[in-house]
Write a protein that binds this ligand. Structure first.
Ligand code: ADP
Ligand code: ASP
Ligand code: MG
Length: 409
C-alpha cells in the first residue's frame, strides 16, 4: 500500500465529464489499496474569468479581496470531485486550504506555504477515505485566505506530499509528461522519461509552465518523488529524478521560453558607486523581481547605461518607478520594450561540453534573429529576442541541438 498525492490541473477537471473521468482514475488507485489525496485546480478558464471580473471593477484589484475571489474556483472542483467519487461508492471528503491548515505567509496573490497540519488529512486516510484538497490556496496567520500564484496547485500538491511523506506526487495534466520543449510550440518535441531535478528547476524557472517553479523547489527541499503524467491516457509520464546518472547523456535536456518578459533601459546615468542600488533598490522596494541585468562599461563622459528585465505584468509600474528615478539621478532617457521573450537552453550536460553557447548564437544568427541580452549559468544559457522570433528561435534551436524526435546532432 502506498500513499499517493495526485494533482489534476484545470483542463483535467474542465467539465463534468472530465471530473467523472478523474473520479474513475482516483477510485482505481484507491481500490488497489492505496491511500490517495487529490489536489485539484479550478475548471479550466475559471481563474482567468474571475480575474477578468475583478478587473472590470478595479484596474489593480485589492490583493486580499482578489484572493477571496480566486480561491472560489478550486472550491467548486473539490466539491464536484468528492460527489463524483461518492457516486461511485468511493468515500471522499473535500477540504479547502484553510480547513487543512495550509498555513502561508500574508503575501496575497503569491503567498508561500509555511506549514501544513497533516493530522486531519491523515485521520481521513486512516478511515479509508479519499481526501480532496483545493489547490492554489491557503490561509495566513490572521485567518485571511491567500493564493499561491498562477499554477500554484502544483505547489499545493507537492507541499502536501512532503507533509504526509507520500510515496509519490503525481501531477496529472493535459500532456503526457515533460517534453524537450513545449509541444504546442514545437510539435517535434520529445517526451522525456526522466529529467533531473536540477534541470526541471531551471526549465520551470525559465518559463516552462508544466510545473510551477515553487513546486519543484519544494520537491527538492523535501526530496518528494515527483512525476508528470497525462490525465487523458495511460503511461509512465516523466519522473523528476535526483540521480543525475539515471538520465540519458545529453548535452541539452530541453528548451524553455518565457513570453512573460519586458525590458527597461535607463540611459546616461552617472557612473558612481551606489547607482545600481539607487535604481534597482527602488524596483525591489515595490516587490518587483528583476531578472537579467546589464550595465554598460562607462563611456568617457562618466555616464553609463543600465538595462534589466522584469515580468510583463510588472512593466507599467517598473516604468513609472524608473522614470521617477531617472529624474532624481539626472539620467538622459528611459526606454522600455514589452515585446521581448526569453529563450533558454537547459542541461546538466552543458557543464562538460564546450561550444554550446556558440552553437546557440550561430543558430539564431543563421535565422536572422538578433540577440538583445544574454545570460548564462552552469546549466543554462538564456537569450532575450524580439517576441516575433519566439517560435522560429525555439524550433531552430530544437533542431540544431538534436532534440527533434529521431533527431541527430
Ligand atoms: P495544468 O492546468 O494541468 O496545470 P498547465 O497548462 O499549467 O496545465 O501546464 C501544462 C502545459 O504546459 C502543457 O499543455 C504545455 O503546453 C505546457 N508546457 C510548457 N513547457 C512544457 C514542456 N517542456 N513539457 C510539457 N509541457 C510543457
Ligand atoms: N487555478 C489556478 C490557476 O489557474 C491554479 C492552478 O491551476 O494551478 O493558476
Ligand atoms: Mg499548471
Amino acid at each position: 500500500m502506498a500513499l499517493i498525492v495526485q494533482k489534476y490541473g484545470g483542463t483535467s477537471v474542465g467539465s463534468v465529464e472530465r471530473i467523472q473521468a478523474v473520479a474513475e482514475r482516483v477510485k482505481r488507485w484507491h481500490d488497489q489499496g492505496n491511500q490517495v489525496v487529490v489536489v485539484v485546480s479550478a475548471m479550466s478558464g475559471e481563474t482567468d474569468r474571475l480575474v477578468g471580473l475583478a478587473k472590470q471593477i478595479q484596474e489593480r484589484p485589492e490583493p486580499r479581496e482578489l484572493d477571496v475571489l480566486l480561491s472560489t474556483g478550486e472550491q467548486v472542483t473539490i466539491a464536484l470531485l468528492s460527489m463524483a467519487l461518492a457516486a461511485r461508492g468511493c468515500p471522499a471528503r473535500s477540504y479547502t486550504g484553510a480547513q487543512v491548515h495550509i498555513l502561508t505567509d500574508s503575501v496575497h496573490n503569491k503567498a508561500r506555504i509555511r506549514d501544513i497540519d497533516a493530522a486531519r488529512v491523515g485521520a481521513d486516510l486512516k478511515a479509508g477515505r479519499v481526501v480532496v484538497v483545493a489547490g492554489f490556496q491557503g490561509v495566513d496567520e490572521s485567518g485571511d485566505i491567500t493564493t499561491l500564484g498562477r499554477g500554484g496547485s502544483d505547489t499545493s500538491a507537492v507541499a502536501i506530499a512532503a507533509a504526509l511523506k507520500a510515496d509519490e506526487c503525481q501531477i496529472y495534466t493535459d500532456v503526457d509528461g515533460v517534453y524537450t520543449t513545449d509541444p504546442r510550440v514545437e510539435p517535434k518535441a520529445r517526451k522525456l522519461d526522466r529529467i533531473t531535478f536540477e534541470e526541471m528547476l531551471e526549465m520551470a524557472s525559465l518559463g516552462s509552465k508544466v510545473l510551477q517553479i515553487r513546486s519543484v523547489e519544494f520537491a527538492g527541499k523535501y526530496q518528494v518523488p515527483l512525476r508528470v503524467l497525462s490525465s487523458f491516457g495511460e503511461g509512465e509520464g516523466t519522473l523528476i529524478t535526483f540521480e543525475e546518472d539515471e538520465v540519458e547523456d545529453a548535452k541539452i535536456a530541453g528548451i524553455a521560453f518565457s513570453r512573460d518578459e519586458a525590458k527597461l533601459t535607463i540611459l546616461g546615468v552617472p557612473d558612481r558607486p551606489g547607482v545600481a542600488h539607487e535604481i534597482l533598490g527602488a524596483i525591489a522596494a515595490a516587490n518587483i523581481e528583476v531578472d537579467m541585468i546589464i550595465q554598460n562599461v562607462a563611456a568617457e563622459e562618466a555616464t553609463t547605461d543600465f538595462t534589466f528585465t522584469v515580468q510583463r505584468g510588472d512593466y507599467a509600474r517598473a516604468l513609472e518607478i524608473l522614470q521617477a528615478r531617472a529624474d532624481a539621478l539626472g539620467a538622459r532617457q528611459v526606454l522600455g520594450d514589452e515585446q521581448i521573450v526569453k529563450i533558454s537552453l537547459v542541461g546538466v550536460g552543458m557543464r562538460s561540453h564546450a561550444g554550446i553557447a556558440s552553437r546557440m548564437f550561430e543558430t539564431l544568427a543563421h535565422e536572422g534573429i538578433n540577440i538583445r541580452m544574454i545570460s548564462t549559468s552552469e546549466i543554462k544559457i538564456s537569450v532575450v529576442v524580439d517576441e516575433r522570433y519566439l517560435e522560429l528561435g525555439v524550433r531552430a534551436l530544437h533542431g540544431a541541438f538534436g532534440l527533434d524526435q529521431n533527431g541527430e546532432v
